[in-house]
Ligand binder design. Sequence first.
Ligand code: ADP
Ligand code: MG
Length: 720
Amino acid sequence: MAQIRFKSLEQAGNRVFPEVVAPSNKISDYFGVNAFGLERMKETLSPDVYKKVNYYIDKGKKIDTETADAVAAAVKTWAMTKGITHYTHWFQPLTGATAEKHDTFFDGSEKIEKFKGSALVQQEPDASSFPSGGIRSTFEARGYTAWDPSSPIFIWGNTLCIPTVFISYTGEALDNKTPLLKALELVDKAATAVCKYFDRDVSKVNASLGCEQEYFVIDKALYYARPDLVMGGRTVFGHNPARGQQLDDHYFGSIAPRIYNFMRDFEIECHKLGIPVSTRHNEVAPGQFEVAPLFEELNVAADHNQLMMDTMQKVAERHSLRVLFHEKPFAGLNGTGKHNNWSLITNTGVNLFQPSSSARENLQFLVFFVNTIKAVYEYSDLLRASVASAGNDYRLGANEAPPAIMSVFIGSQLSTVLDELDHSGNIKIKKGDNMYMKFGIEKIPEIILDNTDRNRTSPFAFTGNKFEFRAVGGEANVAAPMTVLNLIVAEQLKQFKKDVDARIAKGSEKRLAIISVLKDYVKSSKKIRFEGDNYSEAWIKEAEKRGLSNITNTPRSLKSYLDKKNKDVFVKNGILNERELEARNETMLENYIMKIQIESRVMGDLALNHIVPTSVSYQNKLIENANGLKGIGIDSAAVIKTITEISKHIEGIKVGVNEMIDERRRINKIEDTYDRAIEYCDNVKEKYFERIRYHVDKLELYVDNDDWPLVKYRELLFIR
Ligand code: ADP
Ligand code: MG
């Protein structure tokens, strides 16, 4: 039975790396050659058409037929010179992955290559098999995809891929992109309106995003030798290796040659696609790494993250490797997250989260800074729900980065500024006073960017000129958390504008009105600020005292989407309507149930069909040995003790798995999706996973290494 393990180890140990050759020594020579973005449009379209496309993108309007035809013609010409024969609308259904349906340019009836504007702009994929939470089955059988011109078209393999939204015929969003685009438009409007207090020239505010993507890499043969990895993306069993991450020597250490070679290869592919991948390094755990692109306009960055993950997996295949994005592929080792670095930048080039030396600009900085903190405070459960997934449950709050309790870290300098503002009481401003000084605002240091003041344990940290949302899972489509973040900040900014305008209407001077509202907000959102160690027991207690939620599992967290306040913020801002929210919730719960179900099945199969038989035959060997010893009059107590231990664990597995199967049978009959998800969480996952694993991992220590059927952690993790 251990055959497959040793065969795969042999394969993994004898790999020859493919040679990686960059098209040129200069990245700029090939950056974006496989993308058709604004730059290429400018080169290939007439100035008139180009101007129109730009206008549509800027205004988020639907493109007219004539313009679409012109773009389609240019895209087709470009693609055909690159040997492309097919095109597809590329979209992001609620499964979290991306989807494609390929069509050829070749028109069979006219025997020519054709690509009309209408095919660029709209398609009707057979959508019936995508999850919709019941929207389509009850209301409309089909949906359509529609071009999102703000995200560059790109080439993968021999296919032209067109980023699109995915919508049902009754107009409901069936994907992750649609609500994101709406939230971005909303935050643009809300932020622009607030910017006008300070600068009349600001006419647009773009949200920016840079994702730091963590991942594990393992050999492909070893991956296929672990059914748990293949089925569920994580190992359900495996004893900790003698050398795990205790030594901390992997972090920023030199990268193993085989991995380095793979990284170079996928970086080249990413650069060709116009994804500005820029940093790479080892992570804390053995076999774990990180890649980060330069930040981009949020919608593009979100698409690029999906595309980058795809690209990495495809390139890994060439290197006989497999990338794991799952949030917790290995117990006892660092989990996998995706830090979302987020900021708001005006069309005049000002990063609204960049403190500066000018007091006036700093007031503007404070406005956006404080409103973001307030938004997180007001909608912390919603933000938490936006990162909820079966995989992320193994990471959030599981004694590692970051916790399930939402809080904001801002560093000591800015804490001082906010505290002073909070305690400044009813300061009266007289003519000629330096108002900024009176409120302590002039003290905001020019550059906090280089802050040594880093807190790696915070789920939402201010890092100098941006916020970093760290609770996002490694596998996640960032569109969902970014929809929520931008939505709640927009809502908060709208409220802020109302509050300030009300004070101005009562005769308050503008800046004083702004400061007085900020003071209120600082006071009322103080509970969400936390500068200490987020992993500590003390914080869990403290947070509870403060009344902050600590929702540690997905079904209970997802429920927050349907709380009145949270539903309202989506509905009244037109991001998702009630039905869409409910349908989404249903889809995510179903997804959760499926994942736990699969894990539970894999666990049962592996335990009963692989671990127990192997352990029994090893036990038989020991029994023979004990009898033999007895026959020649030697004390066999030690062997008998081992036999007893093994028996105990085998029994533990059998009882555990059988009970778990009975529970699944009972739970599967439960009609209500939420109740079923809760039951899967509490009475399958929580009750049995650790318990069964404990026995299996113990057996790994007893059973002869030659017989053990599963590739061990130490074998999976140390690629050289
Ligand atoms: P670290 O968080 O380790 O300090 P970096 O400062 O290099 O790492 O930034 C991490 C990510 O944040 C990168 O993708 C980077 O492009 C992005 N980033 C930097 N500045 C901004 C910004 N103003 N808005 C959004 N993302 C940003
Ligand atoms: Mg970071």
